[in-house]
Design a protein around this ligand. Structure first.
Ligand SMILES: [Mn+2]
Length: 321
């Protein structure tokens, strides 16, 4: 039995299904969660299905997570989407369920094995694409409606950087096209995703004026708590600022260090060397060109920078061979 067949079997088997995502959810996380929710609800209206976890401000139009009691997990199936490692699962009560099914597209690491069943494919550019593929594979048995289709479209669009990242292929476009057939308005979505509030624009100016560059080709900005407070932006919009350091000539790796409660969270990106292993070393993980990591404090910054610079250097020398 393939993982997809097993997923269908488990969905049929359970009367109560709770869909989890990751902390600080993004468009793909919401897309996969609300897409799957929609498929199950449309197909099996009597099943009890919940989406749980933190709320996202950026893609709030996709849906709002439910608040549920511990009892809801009794005899239930937890499905965790778009979440590579155990500690990133939003709402750790997922483990109260009778069984756990993981659907994901992140590179597997030591703490990736938190479920009973797995459908993991790190070659795919979004988890929402997996859910769309699941629906399409069984469309003779499953139903989908506008809201689910729109959710998954948003997931595909955001996780692929508007169809620009590696991993996007014919299948991605086919499935996106299938979703558009449900009446998804691409311009409306682009507007919702592209319009920034004034505070974010001002913060963008700050980031672009005060980034730091290193000799070895690394560019970064340290986002202090006081700056987020001064600019009156959420942690989420502050984190998105990493994209403003993309595409700067001579700097193939860029990052944003965001001051959190008692550590610095790193959003790390690359158009050159693969960074996933480095992210894992630095208490994180993710993909080869987009990953997250953590510094305990800024005393670790120099070491982190030299690790990044080494990657850039190694990649350059391997290209020259
Ligand atoms: Mn994703």
């Amino acid at each position: 039995m393939t993982a997809k067949q097993l997923l269908l079997k488990k969905i049929k088997e359970y009367e109560r299904i709770i869909i989890h995502g990751h902390t600080r959810p993004d468009g793909d996380c919401y897309g996969a969660q609300f897409g799957l929710y929609n498929i199950i609800k449309e197909t099996y209206p009597t099943k009890k299905v919940f989406v749980v976890g933190e709320e996202s401000e950026y893609v709030s139009f996709v849906g709002t997570p439910d608040k549920i009691k511990d009892e809801a997990y009794q005899g239930a199936l937890s499905i965790v989407v778009d979440t590579g490692s155990e500690n990133r699962i939003s709402d750790q009560r997922y483990k109260l369920a009778k069984e756990i099914f993981k659907i994901d597209h992140h590179v597997e690491e030591d703490d990736s094995f938190y479920a009973n069943y797995y459908w993991v494919d790190d070659s795919l550019p979004s988890c929402s694409q997996m859910i769309a593929d699941f629906y399409e594979s069984y469309q003779d048995q499953l139903k989908l409606s506008f809201l689910g289709a729109r959710a998954m479209y948003v997931g595909i669009v955001t996780d692929t950087g508007r169809f620009r990242y590696r991993g996007v292929n014919r299948r991605t476009h086919e499935l996106a096209g299938m979703l558009l057939d449900f009446g998804v308005d691409i311009e409306d979505i682009d507007n919702k995703l592209s319009v920034d509030d004034m505070n974010s624009i001002r913060l963008k100016g700050e980031v672009l004026s005060n980034f730091v560059t290193t000799e070895g080709g690394f560019i970064y900005y340290i986002m202090k708590k006081e700056m987020m407070t001064k600019m009156n932006v959420s942690h989420e919009s502050a984190s998105a600022m990493v994209n403003n350091l993309a595409g700067i000539e001579g700097y193939p790796v860029w990052a944003l260090f965001i001051e959190s409660a008692d550590e610095y969270r790193i959003r790390l990106r690359s158009r050159g060397p693969e960074i996933q292993q480095l992210a894992t070393k630095w208490r994180g993980g993710g993909h080869q060109k987009a990953a997250g990591a953590t510094l305990k404090d800024l005393n670790e910054l120099d070491e982190f920078i030299s690790d990044v610079e080494k990657l850039i250097k190694d990649e350059k020398s391997s290209q020259n061979k």
